[in-house]
Design a protein around this ligand. Structure first.
Ligand SMILES: Cc1ncc(COP(=O)(O)O)c(C=O)c1O
Length: 369
């Protein structure tokens, strides 16, 4: 980056990808076609050969996953309150009830010790979220799911490129959902992908993605399930193909920048740092929790004045009006509420220079003085 304003994130789209997108635009075929097929094949390769279908968002992939798991009215789905609100909105969308469980203050992910207390006879699934790209402990997660016969819909929107015990997120497990929103480690501008546990689900997933329609022969058409309109375009898929080639390079760079934060951050400021994990996390975000004495809004404003962008990911979602109206209230999840009030996302993206980390650390030192 330059001495100009440093945003908290910025996609790295290379010239070859831009040229590839131009080619798609000139090709005469711009909606779902060969680029989507190629993108799905590349994702599947990354996910150990499992079936992967591309969609136009990482929200609709979660919703389709819930429909594939046949979750609907009367069912409960356990998830974390500290995520993008899409994680729980999709549960409401299919007519089921999201049930929140507090987070572990160290990882900021769902507290696995709290899940069993929330299980009822109506619980059907778990939606763990790998916040900032730090994977939820998959061993314990699947042990709990197995014990209570629950489906798992991994909200891996932020964890493409992350691993668990040297296995890539997406290459194992039940249903796994990725997002390719502009801020994600791999982007298609907007988009998502769903990894399926079984080839037998491909046909139904395709129908749920595209109006429930099947075509036969030269002119046959039928519609036997209610599907949506959630296909990815070839323009978007071509961006994704250019990005996927660089996934490992991006992850290495993000890890190196995160390491530098740990080296340069002034520990005396009293902020809570994320776990120093350079093996599993893809470092989608570098987030610190500000000390209680600091007013977050003025910290963000001071950083902006110093030329540094700061994000907020996320306020605890059970306190949003929609969820309060469903009966959730303050005090139920003290860790998520405390973290949600004080967490900030500092700049971290592959094109950042080493010196940019110093710039952020210096600005933070002054803003917190
Ligand atoms: C944790 C989480 N879940 C779900 C989503 C939804 O993805 P999308 O924005 O692609 O719909 C996102 C990203 O925005 C996310 O970060």
């Amino acid at each position: 980056m330059t001495k100009d304003f440093l945003p908290f994130t910025r996609p790295s789209i290379d010239e070859a990808t831009i040229a590839g997108v131009a080619e798609v635009l000139r090709s005469g075929w711009i909606t779902s076609g060969p680029q989507v097929k190629a993108f799905e094949a590349a994702l599947s390769k990354l996910c150990g050969g499992r079936p992967v279908l591309a969609f136009n968002s990482g929200t609709v992939t979660l919703e389709v996953a819930l429909r594939l798991a046949e979750i609907g009215p009367g069912d409960e789905v356990i998830t974390t309150p500290l995520s993008w609100v899409a994680t729980a909105n999709v549960v409401l969308e299919v007519g089921a009830r999201p049930v929140f469980v507090d987070v572990d203050p160290r990882t900021r992910n769902i507290d696995l010790d709290e899940i069993e207390k929330a299980v009822t006879p109506r619980t059907r699934a778990l939606i763990p979220v790998d916040l900032a790209g730090l994977p939820v402990d998959r061993d314990r997660l699947y042990m709990l799911a197995g014990k209570h016969k629950l489906r798992v819909i991994e909200d891996a929107a932020q964890s493409l490129g992350a691993t668990w015990r040297k296995r890539r997120i997406g290459s194992f497990g039940d249903l796994v959902s990725f997002s390719f929103h502009a801020n994600k480690n791999v982007t298609t501008s907007e988009g998502g992908a769903l990894v399926l546990p079984d080839e037998g689900l491909v046909e139904l997933t395709e129908k749920l993605r595209f109006q429930g329609v099947t075509r036969t022969g030269e002119d046959g058409m039928d519609c036997d399930v209610l599907g949506g309109k959630a296909n990815l375009t070839d323009i978007a898929a071509r961006i994704g193909l250019g990005q996927l080639e660089r996934l490992d390079e991006f992850t290495r760079r993000r890890r190196a920048l995160a390491r530098r934060y740990f080296e340069r951050w002034d520990a005396s400021l009293g902020c809570e740092l994320p776990p120093a994990d350079f093996e599993n996390s893809n470092w989608h975000m570098f987030q610190v929790v500000l000390p209680a004495r600091v007013e977050r809004g003025s910290f963000i404003a001071r950083m902006r004045d110093a030329g540094v962008g700061v994000g907020v990911h996320y306020p605890a979602m059970h306190l949003f009006a929609l969820y309060r109206a469903l009966g959730w209230r303050a005090g139920q999840f003290p860790q998520a509420e405390r973290i949600g009030r004080a967490i900030v996302t500092l700049p971290l993206f592959p094109a950042m220079q080493d010196e940019d980390v110093e710039r952020v650390c210096d600005a933070a030192r002054k803003a917190l003085a």
